[in-house]
Write a protein that binds this ligand. Structure first.
Ligand code: SF4
Length: 163
């Protein structure tokens, strides 16, 4: 499935969610905002910074962020570091397996805009393949900045702005 089809499909499914009454939607979003279950693609020199998020110092689990092994239970996909063309093919397949509504977080200059490798033949920008909800800038972004990005996503889900 192309990235364009994927985005159109997402719009249709989000439209179905819109049919719920507002209090139900708010309750639904409140629950989702405190149970973000991501799958993640972590590469390059951004990865040591990302790994710290689930250690004792930053401990994202206290906010309900629980890394998932299965796409069937995930609601968020996180890209950290450089994303290659080959890797994106697999990422798109996994993204399609995730149930709606789902979110995309992009961390680091490489995944955002190819960073220091603008002429690279093999790197891609995530935004060319799927709709991104939150970007975290930096090369590499500090763990504090990455944690802030996750909090930003939680706020967007709570306010029904994501997708
Ligand atoms: S954004 Fe910078 S630190 Fe992160 S993978 Fe790219 S070059 Fe490395």
């Amino acid at each position: 499935m192309s990235s364009q089809e994927s985005m159109e499909k997402k719009e249709v499914k989000k439209g179905l969610l819109e049919k719920f009454p507002t209090p139900i939607k708010k309750l639904f979003n409140w629950g989702r905002s405190y149970s973000i279950w991501p799958i993640h693609f972590v590469t390059g020199c951004c990865s040591p910074e990302f790994m710290q998020l689930f250690g004792p110092r930053y401990d994202l689990e206290r906010w309900g962020v629980l890394p998932m092994m299965s796409t069937r239970q995930s609601d968020t996909i996180i890209f950290v570091g450089n994303v290659s063309r080959k890797m994106m093919k697999r990422a798109l397949r996994l993204y399609e397996q995730m149930p709606e509504p789902k979110n995309v977080v992009v961390i680091g200059a490489c995944a955002t805009s190819k960073g220091p490798f603008p002429e690279s033949y093999s790197l891609v920008r995530v935004k060319d393949y799927m709709k991104v909800d939150v970007y975290v800038a930096g090369c590499p972004p500090k763990p504090e900045a990455q944690a802030y990005g996750i909090l930003k996503l939680r706020k967007r889900i709570l306010e029904g702005e994501e997708g």
